[in-house]
Design a protein around this ligand. Structure first.
Ligand code: HEC
Length: 142
């Protein structure tokens, strides 16, 4: 298993002409079959200066629900480490991965590629939108 599922360079380069989340047509179908809302777009996630209160809460959620599979460093546990994740992934992509996990694994090429490398499906952790946003804030500090 080469670079495993850590993302890194491969994720930056990306496959040429990879489809983006903007393609809405077929996605609503797949999403509704798993009972999930439509995927978030960049208009749904706004980043400002780092909010330390949110970081704290995000860290707590991480400790309870994510730590078993994700490290704060670069190393993979079950899923990829989170160090620098916000430089590799768009905020809305990360949010979708957290709250629309099944839809992402069903239709997002990057999420699917990662699944192939990790061989484990990330389970939906049933976070609220607020909790997911707090985890994203925490990720920004890594
Ligand atoms: C049972 C193990 C497991 C747990 C618990 C888990 N994940 Fe994951 N996660 C994975 C695996 C495996 C992948 C990569 C494969 C995939 O896409 O399914 C992944 C991928 C991700 C990604 C994409 C990472 C990247 O580098 O592109 C994000 C973001 C993520 N998880 C967030 C979370 C959050 C937030 C939590 C806690 C609320 C969480 N995960 C809990 C296993 C887990």
């Amino acid at each position: 298993m080469m670079t495993a599922c850590g993302g890194g360079d491969a994720a930056n380069a990306g496959p040429p002409g990879a489809p983006t989340l903007e393609k809405e047509t077929s996605s609503s179908e797949a999403a509704s079959s798993s009972g999930k809302a439509k995927l978030l777009t960049d208009a749904d996630v706004t980043l400002g200066d780092i909010d330390n209160g949110m970081v704290e809460k995000g860290k707590t959620t991480y400790d309870v629900k994510c730590q078993a599979c994700h490290s704060m460093g670069e190393n993979r546990v079950v899923g990829p480490g989170w160090k620098g994740i916000t430089t590799r992934r768009k905020p809305e992509w990360i949010m979708n991965m957290i709250v629309n996990t099944d839809a992402m694994l069903a239709e997002d090429p990057e999420a699917q590629r990662q699944l192939e490398q990790c061989l484990v499906r990330m389970p939906n952790q049933n976070l609220s939108m607020d909790e997911a946003r707090q985890v994203l804030e925490f990720m920004r500090t890594l």
